[in-house]
Design a protein around this ligand. Sequence first.
Ligand SMILES: Cc1cc2nc3c(=O)[nH]c(=O)nc-3n(C[C@H](O)[C@H](O)[C@H](O)COP(=O)(O)O)c2cc1C
Length: 189
Amino acid sequence: MKKRIVIGVTGASGIIYAIDLIKRLKADPTIETHGIISDWAKQNLKLESDVSLKEFEEMLDYHYSNRDLGAAVASGSFLTDGMVIVPASMKTVAGISMGFGDNLISRAADVTLKEQRKLVIVPRETPLNAIYLENLTKLARLGVQIIPPIPAFYSQPKTIDDLVAHQSMKLMDALGIENHVSRRWKDSE
Ligand SMILES: Cc1cc2nc3c(=O)[nH]c(=O)nc-3n(C[C@H](O)[C@H](O)[C@H](O)COP(=O)(O)O)c2cc1C
């Protein structure tokens, strides 16, 4: 059986991270993707990329409206192997930390938490105020993996794609997906 990964994409800057990860998961025949794209993520897709919404949705095996609280991923009885929210807005992080499942992304995250499955969040905002930090801390204490898009330079990145690939490697590692996406520490030795 394929590994089922839910991907929430929200309206924080950095849609490029979602595009890169989804492309890599699409290329992996062992993975089945279930995507949810918020309204503001759709705006950012237009602002920050050359990828159309149709192309973006076609990269996913299944995609749902963020308003569809009756979708498969809204229920714990629909088995998944985890969820990643990339990029994650502070508004969505706040909703999840309060258990406020008013859209499918926050509901699916809620479900992932209550079923004690793997939840990975890529929060993107700067500077970080105490509200954001408290919300993220609360989630980290529940076992959520917080992987902000903070680049490492030991892999000697030359391009933006190199930086983004390194982030995708971290996300795939967190989701337990074998990958050789980017250079690892000591890889070259
Ligand atoms: C161009 C643009 C960039 C944004 N970047 C961020 C960001 O980096 N982080 C963030 O928390 N919110 C950001 N926002 C604000 C969110 O889109 C806004 O809070 C929205 O309500 C998030 O809703 P969603 O989480 O349902 O997508 C941005 C908005 C726009 C229009």
